[in-house]
Design a protein. Structure first.
Lengths: 932, 315
């Protein structure tokens, strides 16, 4: 280890700067406390952050307009005395130094002012000037400004000019045809001198239809959208009385309020009159209409609201007039001329369609196939290896289900290809590699029939290989009659199974098909979790659920369609794949037991059931009570999934079987009869009865019963402990909230429970005692009794050790709820060891038939077989105890000899003894005390 | 010379009829005291619920809104609300002063046999013949119950609530006690269908009456039988039982028109008070005074101890 460390040190990569090693004696530097982490300006004054985005600092005095002295600025001087000194304060007087610095809002540094920069730079200012000019007493007072060109152009201008750009043009490659209406709008700024009027415009107007091919045009200039902030109190887009309109009589023009600012005033000299072809002169309504003037329509022109845009319109699409308002002529174009719009946009050789396009028909997207998986699965290409094909096959058949590696399974049975590879041929992928491909359809049918005739196992295997063959070739036509249902497997029988495997609902997806077959196989074996087991673990939960459904459906569907048997059965109302139902974990059961207790007025433990009960959180809140189970999500009685067919679910039914025994006991108890005179058929009392042969244990138990709440650690009582072992075990399992699946896994209905309980009691003993019991019924008691002490004594040591090995915990009968509960259950179920009851007759009557039954079943015993079975059982794992217990109880109920013989044998040996009232009492006392 | 200490009076049983209320609402299904015993509620089979001053015999208010006969009612600790349940499967929360229905809780599948407020009147617990107890939240507007206690296998005949427990008697012969603090359910098997359960006032015992004409006093914690009281007749009807104001006596209705008083400790019959000709359907015992209300047929009788003088300061 140490060596490793030293080695690995060199391999380490360290990031960052390490902390300086602490020097002795030096005090550690304290980090700057939070309150000292301040921001200061260059003069050391505190800056207070103001806003996250502005990054601004507080203004004034603590965010007020005041100063430290109050509302009066410190520089205030009463003007009363110093009237003359009153100075006019400029904005700068209210600015901080920062504002006057280079990056402040009013930098003092020398910069190029706008006056000398290009005018396009600042349209706002320009416009302001124009407006000012327009509103000035002398219109056009700023004319001089227009003449004065800035001495310096910005670098961008210089560059652009060097690249051949001219003012008034757009930027970009020259276009072949200039879009119509390129005529510079009056709104377009003209820098420097106004363009010579008339010339270009006139030609352009004429050139509308004639556009020589070899002429290219510069792209039009684009005026950016005007974002002039509104800084006045006028109405929206109000524009004062335009002197031009008044002077030059353009009142008929439709105002575009939204571009109003940009047009007009700049071109005072040039455009206004000329664009209308009119001479400068005094005209307008005020002066009447002259004889030479064409327009007389608007003598009394009034400004109506209709002349104004009331809506912000989108640009007209496709007119190529990006942003600027089209001139009036264009707008008034007639509908027929509309396609003229497309001039310049129609490619050579194309013409406008005369008919509108027929509307497209929209087809819905194709429907996905049912088994479509949205994930493409790259099937691993695993060529058959050089391994023995036989071995592979065996592997796949035996362990193949467990190993989920699709690669090894996918092709290992492609004998042809394997052979080919063994021969050194290059395998032909995707082609038919199966012999079956060369068979005629008839032959295939025959093969199928043969297969169906063969026994189940062979059919299964063959079908499997078939499936795999088919997978690599073409999908076999699914045969509707080849149905089967492994769901109904027990009913369907062999032929059904054979057929089943022939049917391949998922032949297209070999992997899936394989899983499906696996699933069928599991089903056939009666494994409840077949689905879970065969599903690909790498799939997502969604896919899994989907496939589960599909499999289940396929298994049901394809089968029952033709199977005559299945027609007799209906589908289960509940989900079939869950063989479990939710039942309350603890149930009040065995009324009969309690009834007798009530009759004896033995209220208390006998009549009381205690359950864990989870109140709703809200209810606790409303009751002002702390939630007893703050972490639990359960409400009410905790529920568990139980086997649907478990006897436990029916335990609440009054058990007639246990009742008589209870009565027996209760009758016996008061009389204090000898402990072992009467036979009690409950097999669950074995341990006690066995023990009873042991006088010491009996004595001890008596003594203990006097002491009170039991301590069960002494060895003679081990049997009793054992008795609670499996139960507490099982209950613990339940307590842990076993997830139902794992519980479901324990599908083995074996008699393991008995193994667990009587693990140590040797098989020889039980079998031998059974043998003897086989003899005569009357002997039973004697032989049993004779038998027990001897076997018992030997057993005791073993049992104790085994019991301890099995489960050390329950030996301390902590008064925990589960254990006690189970004990109650057991007691209730199998006859309460209760003191007497009043109806001995009924008891006798009831007891007799039970005995008979045992006799019969006993006769059926084949002890040899039994013996063997037990041996087998021994191998089985112990963890199925819970399940097996249930099963045992079930089997107990059913009278079928097959399932009950073993348990019956058990009960037979037990039957030889009875529980004495004292024992009963003792057991009662042994019930752990209630939590108070 | 000092006066001798007044001898502590022995418990007196209410056996003097001081008032008879002719309720005029059909058969009186249940009669209940309010929290301090100054008023009483009568549940009529004519779908109404009436609030009385039993000692004066004055009708204070009639609450109508049920769709079927009213089977049980209870008042909140602050006398501001009432709750009632009835044959219309609904549990109704009333405003005492205005007489209006504040809320109607629907959800039971059968008649509501019994209703109770919890200690703070934030929850109404209702037991129904649909074998469930539903806990309705008076605070929220949720229409669903906070929790449904459906462990019973048969109808719920009686529900009582303490500060942290819910005691429910069911026709399946079990008394279930839900302990919210411990998170446990204690189920005591009695056998015979249970008609009424109640806590003793000290909270240590539960009194259970069942259709085998027997009352049993069970230890609350262990379920052991502390006493058995027989002599009355209760084989058919859901009759009430209770303990006297100081837990000295066990009181039960009887089908033979009497009210039986047993000494709690000795179990001996102390008094068989003849009340009327019919079945004594319901009774209520004053929380602090020896005052008993019995409901026979359509009338309610108020009983006081012998020494009681009418209008003796009692409001």
């Amino acid at each position: 280890m140490a060596a490793l460390h030293s080695d690995s040190d060199e391999d380490l990569v360290s990031y960052g700067t390490g902390l300086e090693p602490l020097e002795e004696g030096e005090r550690q530097k304290k980090p700057i406390p939070l309150q000292d982490q301040t921001v200061r300006d260059e003069k050391g004054r505190y800056k207070r952050f103001h806003g996250a985005f502005s990054g601004g600092f507080s203004a004034g005095y603590f965010n007020t307009v005041g100063s430290k002295e109050g509302w009066t600025p410190s520089t205030f001087v009463s003007s009363r005395q110093n009237r003359a000194d009153k100075s006019v304060l400029g904005p700068e007087d209210f600015m901080d130094e920062e504002d006057l610095s280079e990056f402040g809002i009013a930098p003092k540094a020398i910069v190029t002012t706008d006056d000398f920069a290009s005018k396009t730079k600042d349209r706002i200012r320009e416009k302001a000037r124009q407006l000012a000019a327009a509103a000035a007493p002398i219109p056009g007072a700023t004319l001089l400004d227009d003449f004065v060109t800035p001495a310096k152009l910005s670098v961008g201008f210089e560059l652009l000019r060097k690249m051949g750009w001219k003012e008034g043009q757009g930027v970009g490659p020259r276009v072949k045809r200039r879009p119509r209406r390129q005529k510079p709008d009056p709104g377009v700024k003209i820098y420097g001198c106004a363009l010579p009027p008339g010339g270009s415009e006139g030609s352009e107007d004429e050139d509308d239809d004639y556009l020589p091919d070899n002429v290219t045009f510069a792209p039009k200039d684009v005026t950016p959208v005007d974002f002039t902030p509104k800084d006045n109190v006028h109405g929206l887009a109000y524009k004062g009385l335009d002197p031009h309109q008044a002077l030059f009589g353009t009142s008929g023009e439709h105002f575009n309020l939204f571009s109003g600012g940009s047009e007009g005033a700049g071109n005072l000299l040039g455009d206004v009159g000329l664009s209308k072809g009119r001479k400068l002169g005094i005209s307008g309504q005020a002066f009447g209409v002259g004889a030479l003037e064409e327009e007389d329509d608007d003598i009394y022109a009034t400004e109506t609201l209709s002349k104004y845009d009331t809506v912000l319109k989108d640009e007209e699409p496709g007119d190529g007039l990006y942003g600027w308002t089209a001139p009036r002529q264009y707008k008034s174009q007639k509908e027929s001329e509309k396609d003229l719009r497309y001039i310049g946009k129609i490619l050579d050789g194309f013409s406008l369609a005369s008919k509108p396009l027929s509307s497209k028909k929209i087809y819905p997207p194709p429907q996905l196939p049912r088994d479509y998986r949205p994930v493409h699965y790259f099937r691993p290409v695993v060529a058959a290896s050089s391994e023995n094909s036989h071995l592979l096959q065996v592997l796949s058949e035996s362990a193949g289900k467990a190993t989920q590696d699709p690669g090894t399974q996918s092709r290992h049975q492609l004998n042809a290809s394997k052979r080919a590879e063994l021969l050194g041929e290059t395998p032909v992928k995707g082609s038919a590699t199966s012999v079956l491909e060369f068979l005629s359809q008839k032959d295939k049918e025959r093969i199928k029939e043969v297969k169906q005739a063969t026994d189940l196992k062979a059919a299964q295997l063959k079908a499997k290989s078939l499936a795999q063959n088919a997978r690599s070739s073409r999908p076999q036509p699914s045969m509707p009659d080849a149905g089967h249902c492994s769901w109904h497997m027990p009913l369907g029988g062999v032929t059904a199974t054979a057929r089943a495997s022939n049917f391949k609902p998922f032949a297209k997806d070999p992997e899936k098909q394989k899983r499906y077959e696996e699933f069928l196989l599991h089903m056939k074996q009666g494994q409840k979790d077949a689905l879970e087991r065969c599903l690909d673990p790498s799939m997502t939960e969604w896919e899994r659920g989907r496939e589960r459904d599909e499999f289940a459906r396929a298994a049901l569907l394809y089968v029952s369609s033709h199977s005559t048997l299945s027609s007799r059965f209906t589908h289960a109302k509940e989900d079939d794949d869950s063989d479990q139902v939710e039942v309350p974990r603890d149930q009040e059961n065995d009324v009969g037991d309690k009834q007798s207790a009530v009759k004896m007025k033995m209220f208390g433990k006998l009549t009381r059931d205690t359950f864990e009960w989870h109140p709703d959180k809200l209810l606790c809140k409303r009751f002002n009570v702390p939630d007893p189970y703050p972490d639990s999500t359960v409400v009410g009685l905790p529920r568990v999934k139980r086997d649907k067919y478990s006897v436990f679910n029916f335990l609440t039914l009054p058990e007639t079987a246990s009742l008589p025994t209870a009565q027996t006991l209760s009758e016996k108890a008061p009389q204090h009869q000898g402990p072992n005179k009467s036979r009690k058929p409950s097999r669950w009392d074995t341990s006690q009865q066995e023990k009873k042969g042991d006088s010491i244990s009996e004595f001890l138990s008596l003594a203990r019963s006097k002491v009170g709440p039991p301590k069960q650690e002494s060895s003679p009582l081990v049997n009793k402990e054992k008795e609670c072992v499996p139960e507490s075990l099982s209950d613990k399992v339940v307590n842990k909230g076993v997830d139902p699946q794992t519980e479901g896994e324990e599908s083995r209905p074996s008699r393991d429970l008995f193994k667990a309980i009587f693990a140590s009691s040797s098989d020889e003993k039980s079998s031998s005692s059974e043998d003897e019991q086989g003899g005569s019924d009357d002997d039973q008691a004697v032989t049993g009794e004779a038998n027990f002490p001897s076997s018992q004594e030997t057993d005791l040591g073993e049992t104790s050790s085994v019991a301890q090995a099995l489960e050390p915990a329950p030996q301390e009968p902590a008064p925990s709820f589960p254990i006690r509960k189970m004990q109650i259950d057991e007691r209730e179920e199998f006859g309460p060891r209760l003191p007497p009851v009043f109806c001995p007759n009924a008891r006798q009557k009831l007891e007799e038939p039970q005995k008979d039954k045992h006799k019969k079943t006993k006769e059926k015993h084949k002890t040899k077989k039994e013996h063997k079975r037990k041996k087998e059982k021994k191998k089985k794992h112990r963890k199925h105890k819970h399940k097996s217990k249930q099963k045992n109880k079930k089997s107990e109920k059913s009278s079928s000899s097959e399932s009950t013989d073993s348990s019956d044998s058990q009960s037979d040996e037990e039957g030889t003894k009875d529980v004495s009232p004292r024992e009963l009492l003792r057991r009662l006392k042994c019930l752990p005390l209630r939590r108070q | 010379m000092a006066f001798p200490e007044p001898k502590p009076r022995g418990p007196e049983l209410p056996q003097k009829r001081v008032k008879t209320l002719d309720c005029g609402q059909g058969a009186v299904r249940a009669v209940r005291f309010n929290v301090d015993g100054n008023y009483c509620l009568t549940c009529g089979s004519d779908k109404t619920l009436k609030l009385w001053n039993p000692l004066r015999g004055t009708l204070l208010r009639t609450y109508s809104g049920h769709g079927y006969e009213v089977l049980d009612a209870a008042g909140s600790f602050d006398n501001s609300n009432l709750c009632s349940g009835g044959g219309d499967k609904a549990v109704v929360l009333w405003d005492v002063a205005s007489g209006q229905v504040v809320r109607k809780f629907r959800g039971h599948a059968g008649k509501v046999n019994t209703v109770q407020f919890n200690e703070e009147a934030t929850v109404i617990l209702s037991g129904s013949i649909d074998s469930s107890i539903r806990c309705w939240d008076c605070r929220s507007r949720k229409p669903e119950p906070v929790q449904t206690l459906d462990e019973a296998r048969d109808g719920i005949s009686s529900v009582k609530v303490s500060d942290h427990e819910v005691l429910a008697g069911s026709v399946d012969g079990r008394v279930r006690r839900y302990d919210l603090r411990m998170g446990q359910l204690f189920s005591d098997y009695v056998g015979s269908p249970i008609t009424c359960t109640c806590f003793s006032r000290d909270g240590q015992c539960t009194l259970v009456s069942s259709l085998d004409s027997t009352l049993r006093l069970l230890d609350k914690d262990t379920g052991e039988l502390l006493g058995e009281y027989t002599g009355h007749k209760n084989q058919e009807y859901k009759l009430d039982c209770c303990l006297s104001e100081r837990d000295t006596h066990v009181v039960s209705c009887s089908e033979d028109g009497k009210v039986f008083f047993w000494d709690l400790v000795e179990g001996s019959l102390a008094l068989a008070l003849p009340v009327g000709r019919g079945v004594v359907q319901s009774l209520a015992y004053h929380p602090t005074e020896p005052c008993l209300l019995t409901a026979v047929g359509g009338s309610v009788h108020c009983w006081r101890e012998e020494a009681y003088e009418a209008e003796g300061g009692a409001g």
